[in-house]
Ligand binder design. Structure first.
Ligand code: MF3
Ligand code: CO
Ligand code: CO
Length: 252
């Protein structure tokens, strides 16, 4: 069952969505060669509390940290640790904030120092894939239309779309229905309705789409060890299209 949100409920989600988005703006200046992902975790954790939020990942189904940090061939759910970032790495920082019981979920891939040509191309395709997916959203379109738009754009660029992880409904619950897959066929899947609130978060791989989970039970990596990039927004379906709830309200 997909639960549609009233205008008031969507308004109530704004603070969580804005703090999550602002966290990504705030963190950018720290993403430099030499910083550890544990330090990024600490800064995100503190910032979230200072802004009246709770970091949703912490203890979510046993996740041990407050943010996901996914470096290079890590697709998603990377666990912050003592390893230092190096020049030329790419890192996805995935922030989910809870305020007044509502969740806001957004992520972005950053360059560490100067990106390599292929990493930059991959990252820019992932960024555009999210926007292309968002542009499809309107009442009457289907979830398959979103997946089709994203998959055809990514594959036209000779990259691949991860199948095992998807966008999701979000509200008082972190992950709720519907599942928003990033591949598919036009006209298939659930009809999009005004009042739906969900994430779109395509994971784009430089090589093949296959992934595996490491022994820590969380870290998802590409099977071929190729690079992976991802961007995510939380969106609300309005009468005339998607409204992105996770737009930042601060400048970097
Ligand atoms: N933020 C991720 C998403 O986009 C989920 C992370 S779950 C966690 O859905 F436990 F790893 F934090
Ligand atoms: Co999400
Ligand atoms: Co997320």
């Amino acid at each position: 069952m997909v639960q549609l949100k009233t205008t008031e409920e969507i308004e109530a989600m704004r603070p969580a969505c804005q703090v999550a988005a602002n966290t990504l703006v705030m963190i950018e200046e720290y993403i430099k060669p030499g910083i550890t992902t544990e330090k990024i975790n600490e800064i995100v954790h503190e910032y979230t509390l200072e802004h009246g939020g709770i970091p949703a990942p912490l203890n979510y189904r046993g996740f041990p940290k407050s943010v996901c940090t996914s470096v290079n061939h890590v697709v998603c759910h990377g666990i912050p640790d003592k390893k230092k970032l190096k020049d030329g790495d790419i890192i996805n920082v995935d922030v989910t904030t809870i305020i007044d019981g509502w969740h806001g979920d957004t992520s972005k891939t950053f360059y560490v120092g100067k990106p390599k040509v292929r990493a930059q191309k991959l990252t820019e395709v992932a960024r555009e894939a999210l926007q292309i997916g968002i542009d499809v959203v309107k009442p009457g379109a289907t979830l398959g239309d979103i997946g089709y738009a994203i998959q055809s754009f990514v594959e036209k660029n000779r990259f691949s779309v991860v199948r095992e992880y998807c966008g999701h409904g979000i509200g008082r619950v972190f992950h709720e229905e519907p599942q928003v897959v990033h591949f598919g066929k036009q006209g298939e899947g659930m009809e999009i309705k005004e009042g739906m609130v969900f994430t779109i978060e395509p994971m784009v791989n430089a090589g093949k789409h296959a992934v595996k989970v490491l022994n820590d039970g969380w870290t998802v990596v590409t099977r071929d060890r190729g690079l992976s990039a991802q961007f995510e927004h939380t969106i609300a379906v309005r009468k005339d299209g998607a409204e992105i709830l996770t737009l930042p309200t601060i400048k970097g």
